[in-house]
Design a binder for this molecule. Structure first.
Ligand SMILES: NC(=O)c1ccc[n+]([C@@H]2O[C@H](COP(=O)([O-])OP(=O)(O)OC[C@H]3O[C@@H](n4cnc5c(N)ncnc54)[C@H](OP(=O)(O)O)[C@@H]3O)[C@@H](O)[C@H]2O)c1
Length: 300
């Protein structure tokens, strides 16, 4: 199988690559799958003709995993056209190409398609109502994909993604915690963090499953995050505890920390569907955070 992964320099792209390298070493290769990782140098999602050119000049793929996205939530408020191009129009184009090539498409979306006003964890069929540009463009991408591929695609919504790669909440807090004596962190936005390696593992499990490989199945949504229910304040406290950083964390409200993009208040997601369909394990958030922080400290 030829499997294309977009966003090779992103958190999820690098995490998928890491797991494939580990699997290849353990099994002493012979995976029948050929993974091709591309970044914006090879396949620029902000440019229609770059997308066409890339697929015109490469053999067909069996699976496309779209882990690339415009993810700068605050900047998106300023760069609406670019955000829409990458998160919506490029997804539409990828879906058209995947359909034409008879490839399966695994697309990653976000908890920010919800408005965060629910008092229980969101299930896949709950009403969407994004409250910022990033969420609106990701929702438009989901809808465009669904309209083109009523079969052979899956959309995985995830939340609060972090990893040992690039800048993310965990790496930023580790840096700030060492520089400062105290830190104000928002305590009234609730969600579940997701270690990108766990999500990458779930995607690789899905690809191997017979449920996924069956042809012409209806396109499905799945929710995936780690297990747990916390605020950014609680997340920060745990990061410092694990890393033994002595920095006082002060809980504040969203109102006290205004940002260009509005954030949903409570985006907990119910993961029962993905766990049941693909027998995917859902790790506890603290366990995964421990793993990531120890890798980050070793890499220092
Ligand atoms: N991060 C989160 O907290 C979060 C939460 C919920 C859902 N998600 C979703 O999860 C998925 C993976 O997120 P992530 O955290 O791994 O994102 P990330 O680390 O920001 O990586 C995104 C990748 O997309 C690439 N990209 C951006 N614009 C592009 C363009 N015009 N052409 C080609 N590539 C482009 C970036 O390339 P460069 O490296 O060249 O910039 C980057 O490598 C995304 O769909 C995201 O929407 C993320």
């Amino acid at each position: 199988m030829r499997i294309l992964v977009t966003g090779k320099n992103g958190q999820l792209g690098q995490s998928i690559n890491k797991l494939i390298n580990i699997e290849t070493k353990i099994e002493n290769n012979p995976s029948s799958n050929e993974f091709i990782f591309v970044g914006r140098e090879e396949l620029d999602l902000s440019n229609n003709s770059s997308i066409i050119n890339y697929f015109d000049n490469h053999d067909k793929f069996d699976i496309v995993i779209n882990s690339a996205a415009y993810t700068a939530v605050d900047q998106a408020e300023e760069e609406q056209n670019l955000t829409n191009q990458v998160n919506h129009l490029a997804v539409k184009q990828l879906a058209e190409i995947a359909k034409e090539q008879k490839a399966k498409l695994i697309h990653i979306s976000t908890d920010y398609v919800f408005d965060g006003e629910s008092d229980k964890p969101y299930i896949e069929t709950d009403k969407t109502n994004p409250i910022n540009v990033y969420g609106k463009t990701k929702l438009a991408g989901e809808k465009a994909l669904q309209a083109i591929m009523s079969t052979n695609a899956i959309i995985i919504r995830t939340s609060w993604l972090y990893s040992e790669y690039g800048n993310n909440f965990v790496s930023t807090m580790l840096m700030l915690g060492k520089e400062r004596d105290e830190l104000n962190v928002v305590n009234d936005q609730i969600g579940s963090p997701t270690y990108a390696t766990d999500l990458a593992g779930a995607i690789l499990e899905i690809i191997k499953s017979k449920e996924f490989r069956e042809e012409n199945q209806a396109t499905q949504f799945y929710h995936y995050s780690n297990e747990g229910e916390i605020s950014w304040y609680e997340f920060t406290k745990e990061i410092f505890k694990i890393a033994k950083i002595d920095c006082k964390v002060i809980p504040i409200t969203t109102r006290q920390y205004p940002t260009p993009a509005q954030r949903p208040k409570n985006t907990l997601m119910n993961k029962a569907k993905i766990a049941k369909t693909f027998s995917v394990g859902i790790s506890d958030w603290k366990e995964s955070l421990n793993t990531c922080v120890s890798i980050l400290r070793k890499n220092k």
